[in-house]
Design a protein around this ligand. Structure first.
Ligand code: HEM
Length: 130
């Protein structure tokens, strides 16, 4: 479970990074297909976030992951839902688009925190040791 959380956190961070690359190309190299691909990868990112949260629920229940992992993964799902809404409603610019960019950075940061937390020993592992 922990290994799956580590891999999926890393893969989802990479997807967000790829999205930043694609949107840069879509907007500044004038290739609209890159913007559409950005949106599609955004939807895959959402799926990754949901699976990640499910894995964290199971990992915490089994005592393999510490509780903060669950909080972080749920937060990532909520922010990713908001991110998709902001992305589609921010097509014409304005406040949704202005919020979409920092929210993308926040999502990547929280995923990195989740990756770090997945290396923490869980409470049950501590009990076993003492
Ligand atoms: C979890 C990460 C992300 C998700 C789920 C996401 C999702 C989306 C979606 C669904 C759209 C609408 C696409 C379309 O019009 O077909 C969009 C647009 C956009 N995204 Fe993201 N995005 C993410 C990360 C980012 C990041 C990191 C950046 C910038 C560094 C970014 C910048 C933009 C911009 C500027 C647009 C508007 C493009 C336009 O003018 O049409 N996004 N995003």
């Amino acid at each position: 479970m922990t290994t799956a959380v580590r891999w999926l956190s890393g893969i989802t961070i990479a997807l967000v990074l790829i999205q930043a690359v694609l949107i840069g190309q879509g907007l500044f190299l004038g290739d609209p297909s890159r913007t559409a691909l950005h949106g599609w990868i955004g939807n895959i990112t959402f799926l990754g976030a949901v699976v990640l949260a499910g894995l964290c629920v199971m990992g915490v229940r089994r005592g393999e992951l510490s509780r903060p992992a669950l909080g972080l993964s749920v937060l990532v799902v909520i922010l990713t839902v908001a991110q998709i809404g902001l992305g589609y409603s921010g097509r014409g610019g304005g406040m949704p688009a202005a919020l979409h960019i920092p929210n993308g950075v926040l999502i990547a940061t929280l995923l990195a925190a989740l990756l770090v937390v997945s290396f923490w020993p869980s409470a049950s592992a501590d009990r076993t040791r003492s």
